[in-house]
Design a protein around this ligand. Structure first.
Ligand SMILES: [Zn+2]
Length: 348
């Protein structure tokens, strides 16, 4: 069994091909560990489970695929397959009771499929007693049972767990690859692909999740805020902070989004008159406004603000008011909008 991904393929597709090969040869191992971004590895684990539970998968094509119509595929689609077990954190941790329940259900043979598939999402969230109990299942998995674990890194797991699994790295997509997929899938309006790819950090599932969380409309609201005059911007700041502070992930998206703007402004400042030099602008569809804004703030201000954004991300893990945190983050822009140039920005 080779480790890692096949050369020349995206991480996910390469790993699916590996599973096609081992299925064909009857060499399926009992435990796999998928390492990578949580959204990516989760989607991949589900794709593999669907392939393993399909009664008639196509293993001859370039990429192996479940048939999509058999009893196994139908039950998988409706999330009622009796031979699929999914374990994930209940709260912050995967607890020992969840592992014991799993062990009890694994004591029986698969009910309908050739095999039983058990997915452990974010295995690093197993607390120490759960991880130790799970080791017993890994050491002697019941016949016909296949375990697929996901984790962000091998370093966050017990070495005894890692050593009992086939480790597969779900590598992030290259920016150009991701932009291509985003375009093909029509995930965002033309011109926003660079931005979405940047924020998704090489993960198409992350890109989809960001779109579902309305990242594009949040970005448009932020740009409207940045393009307004100071008098209007102040009440707008309070409205935005209130409406965008729904949960921790919402605020995290806003902070990361603002970081992308600041990053672009620093790039544009570095370019000066040499327009085509330097790294690409992520928010290229709003470059005119960003150029104007980059004149309003000093480089040192932007660097210090970036440091504040890092701190804000850290503070989100603490018990702070998300609304207040956003207000404190957005207030930075008001000082820039004080300059006379803001009148011109209004017209952009
Ligand atoms: Zn099928």
């Amino acid at each position: 069994m080779s480790r890692g991904v096949l050369p020349g393929t995206s991480g996910q597709e390469g790993i699916i091909r590996i599973f096609g090969r081992v299925l064909k040869k009857g060499l399926l191992a009992h435990a796999y560990l998928l390492i990578g971004p949580p959204g990516e590895t989760r989607a991949l684990a589900l794709s593999i489970a669907k392939l393993l539970l399909c009664e008639s998968p196509d293993l001859e094509g370039a990429v192996p695929r479940p048939c999509g119509i058999c009893r196994g595929c139908t039950k998988f689609r409706h999330q009622v397959h009796p031979d699929l077990e999914c374990i994930e954190a209940n709260g912050a941790m995967i607890k020992i009771d969840q592992i014991r329940d799993l062990q009890r259900s694994l004591a029986f043979s698969p009910l309908e499929a050739l095999r039983r598939v058990c997915l452990i999402f974010d295995a690093q969230k197993m607390n120490p007693s759960a991880a130790n109990a799970f080791l017993k299942t890994l050491e002697e998995p019941p016949a016909g049972t296949y375990l697929i674990l996901t984790a962000t890194s091998v370093r966050v797991l017990l070495s005894t767990i890692v050593s009992r699994c086939q480790v597969l790295h779900c590598s992030p997509l290259r920016p150009a690859e991701l932009i291509e997929i985003i375009k093909k899938q029509g995930l965002c309006p033309c011109g926003s692909e660079h931005f979405l790819a940047y924020l998704s950090e090489g993960s198409i599932s992350q890109a989809r999740e960001l779109v579902e969380r309305n990242v594009l409309s949040i970005r448009e609201r932020l740009f409207r805020f940045l393009g307004t005059q100071k008098e209007k911007a102040i009440p707008m700041l309070f409205i935005l902070s209130k409406e965008m502070s729904g949960d921790r992930d919402d605020v995290l998206i806003v902070v990361r989004l603002i970081r992308s703007l600041v990053r672009d402004m620093i790039v544009l400042k570095g370019r000066g008159e040499r327009k085509s030099i330097g790294p690409p602008v992520i928010n290229s569809d709003h470059q005119v406004l960003l150029e104007r804004l980059s004149y309003l703030f000093g480089l040192q201000d932007l660097v210090e603000y970036s440091q504040w954004l890092d701190r804000a991300e850290g503070l989100l893990a603490c018990n702070v008011s998300r609304e207040f945190l956003l207000e404190s983050t957005l207030i930075f822009w008001i000082q820039g909008l004080n300059y006379p140039l803001s009148c011109n920005i209004q017209a952009l």
